[in-house]
Design a protein around this ligand. Structure first.
Ligand code: MOS
Length: 686
């Protein structure tokens, strides 16, 4: 075995698949050549939010030879019961949300499929619907759990008494709108049946999970569904599980006996693959005159659907951010006639920390105390609700070191003090946190000829650099240069991996890869497999979080209300950083998405139709290059030996947690205007 002098982990190695991507050789789900008989599918979606589909007729003028099949509940193959009712496509006449797939046209050409779908006659008996989230909705209820498995409500001490007796209190309500993930690569599937087995080229975050759920629907064991997901152009949670496109493509391929491709158009993504729930969040804080919190109360109202319960963990981060003797958190849901909300980058933490970190800023203003100092004064020594010690927590260091790097020390706390030309200038700060999770996974390593190694795991790379990091981890565990390691991922037939979600990919897969490589070396064999399940079971789950601090400088046009983020800075403590190049990119990506949440992104609901009014990137605004001025991420070296063999924490989501609040707090500092209803559009500022 070769001895290397320099460890690969920690090096800023470029993405190993980068050259393939640049040359166009990297294939995405809708790009695989699968034969001349490939057929194309187009979805007809429900124009109403609630009702029944009683009949469907195809216009004989457009039903040409090119149209191979038109599927709907009247003729579709029966599927086994789905865990996710949104996957039970064409299994009943019920319409549960606007945009639901009601029929699928399969044709020889994409154009023929699209044209026929547009002319289908759908006979619908419409029913009244309810799509508006309100804090006083009569059907609010308390879920038993919130995602992934937290109690909905927690309480300790006497919050009301503390609020009544405190010299200083804050009682504020923040609203965040529905948001859509909008990955660059829309959801797509190319499906074909070989004998009785199913092959799916599918864009998702979890090939083994997709194989299991699609297999379940079609009555096949997971090992007879082969899901290939070599490259993914983003997901942000919307590809965490199989979406209807995979079921529809598989169904169409079965019925027509041909390979079928279904690439959802951008517009369909707004109803068929999930969104971030809107939230209404009331935060009440009580403090002593010198800024010690005596009570924290965070109550959230959010949306679920008629189909199944999705309960986002919006107030959960509040349970461990700050010390206070009296505390309460709670979640209330209402089932609306809307698509079910799903995961979107830092689901829970991102909207929840908008409310908490803006409320902390409001408290700092009320106390006339520096907002960093307020946070430092309320630093807990253990998790305030569970009592578990933190495996590592360098939040205060992130605030202090970030303040130095950003240049915070001579800040005049009064609003509307700095003006340059037409622009009011202000700065803001907010905390960040995200759980450090690891999930059971299995990896295999084989020694090949020429002293090189092949590592296999059914992980996915969403464009984040996962493949590269696993190569680095394996190289170090095998003590060889990265050039001698080839990592195979993105295929459900490889050893089972956990989902690329919850910022847990590197920790989970890296653990299994490290185990397999060590086992290979110890055994002296040519091949070794390692399953991390037992080790992960033995781990303490509480007390493991990444932390960070976000700093923003904005300028707000005094005449137009336009907001520009002139500086955005993140300082993180997220365990060991495995690859500074891909990590920086992850942090910045999260912060940019946070900027979108603060200023641009909003899925606008038409309550009369139960419909998203904006459903493409022309009208759903995300930050573009011209919105970004100075943006930078740094991190502290954090040692934590209670995590995983690499000592890493997840970094994919923490960038969007707190960055919106830092921007909103900066807007208030610049202008004196406190925005509590996101996004901070200019009409709200003027
Ligand atoms: Mo992330 S929302 O866990 O893919």
């Amino acid at each position: 075995m070769t001895t290397t002098t320099e460890r690969a982990v920690g090096q800023p190695i470029g993405r190993v698949e980068g050259p393939d991507k640049v040359r166009g050789a990297a294939r995405y789900a809708a790009e695989y050549p699968v034969g001349d008989d490939l057929a194309y599918a187009w979805v007809a979606q429900s124009p109403v939010a609630r009702g029944t589909l009683t009949d469907m007729t195809v216009d004989p003028l457009v039903e040409t030879d090119d149209v191979l099949a038109v599927l709907w509940h009247g003729n579709a193959p029966r599927l086994a019961e789905a865990d996710d009712p949104e996957l039970a496509v064409f299994q009943s006449d019920r319409i549960s949300y606007r945009g639901q797939a009601l029929a699928l046209v399969v044709a020889r050409t994409l154009e023929a499929a699209r044209r026929a779908a547009a002319t289908l006659q759908l006979d619908i008996e419409e029913e009244p619907h309810d799509s508006v989230l309100r804090a006083d909705h009569p059907e609010l209820y308390t879920p038993e759990k919130v995602n992934p498995n937290f109690p909905s409500d927690t309480a300790s001490g006497d919050v009301e008494a503390a609020l009544a007796g405190a010299p200083v209190t804050v009682d504020v309500t923040y609203r965040t709108p529905p948001l859509h993930n909008s990955p660059m690569e829309p959801h797509a599937t190319t499906a074909l049946w070989t004998d009785d087995d199913l092959v799916l080229y599918d864009s998702n975050q979890h090939p083994p999970g997709v194989a299991a759920s699609i297999g379940g629907l079609f009555g096949l064991p997971a090992d007879r569904v082969h899901v290939i997901t070599e490259h993914v152009g983003g997901g942000f949670g919307s590809k965490g599980t199989a979406r209807p496109n995979a079921v529809l493509a598989a169904m169409a391929a079965k019925v027509t006996g041909r390979p079928v491709r279904l690439a959802l158009p951008r517009q369909a993504l707004f109803s068929m693959v999930g969104h971030r729930t809107p939230t209404i969040q009331r935060v009440r804080l009580a403090a002593t005159a010198d800024g010690h919190l005596t009570a924290i109360d965070h109550e959230v109202v959010e949306q679920s659907s008629r189909l199944f319960e999705f309960a986002e963990q919006t107030a959960v981060a509040t349970r461990h951010m700050y010390a206070a003797a009296n505390r309460r958190t709670g979640h209330r849901l209402v089932r609306l006639d809307m698509p079910t909300p799903r995961w979107m980058r830092a689901p829970g933490e991102a909207p929840g920390m908008v409310a908490l970190e803006c409320a902390m800023d409001e408290l700092a203003v009320t106390l006339d105390l520096d907002p960093i100092e307020l946070r430092v004064r309320n630093e807990p020594s253990v998790e305030p609700e569970s009592g578990t010690p933190f495996s590592s927590r360098h939040y205060v260091e992130c605030l202090r070191r970030g303040a130095e790097r950003f240049g915070w020390h001579d800040r005049d706390p009064r609003p509307k003090q700095r003006r340059e030309g037409d622009w009011w200038i202000g700065t803001g700060v907010a905390g960040a946190t995200y759980p450090a999770m690891a999930q059971p996974s299995t990896a295999r390593v084989r020694r090949l000829s020429g002293d090189s190694y092949e590592v296999s795991i059914a992980a996915t790379d969403l464009g984040t650099g996962a493949r590269t990091i696993l190569t680095q981890i394996a190289a170090d565990a095998l003590e060889v240069p990265v050039s001698q390691v080839r990592v195979r991922i993105g295929d459900s037939t490889l050893p089972r991996a956990s989902v690329a979600g919850g910022s847990s990919g590197s920790a989970s897969w890296g653990w299994a890869v490290t185990g397999a490589c060590h086992s290979l070396r110890e055994s002296g064999r040519e091949e070794a497999t390692f399953d991390s399940r037992e080790l992960i079971k033995q781990q303490e789950k509480d007390g493991k979080h990444a932390f960070g601090a976000h700093f923003a400088e904005v300028r707000v046009d005094a005449v137009t209300g336009e907001v520009r983020v002139s500086r955005l800075f993140g300082m993180y403590a997220a365990g060991r950083i495995l690859n500074p190049r891909t990590a920086r990119s992850q942090f910045l990506g999260g912060m940019i998405m946070g900027m979108g949440m603060a200023l641009h992104e909003e899925s606008v609901l038409d309550p009369a139709q139960g419909a998203w009014v904006n459903h493409d990137l022309a009208e759903y605004h995300i930050p573009v290059h011209a919105d970004i001025e100075s943006i930078e991420a740094e991190w502290l070296d954090e040692q934590d030996d209670q995590l995983n063999p690499m000592g890493s924490k997840g970094i994919g989501e923490i960038g969007i947690v707190g960055s919106p609040a830092a921007i909103l707090n900066a807007i208030r500092h610049a202008t004196g205007v406190r925005i509590r209803d996101l996004p901070a559009r200019l009409d709200k500022i003027l």
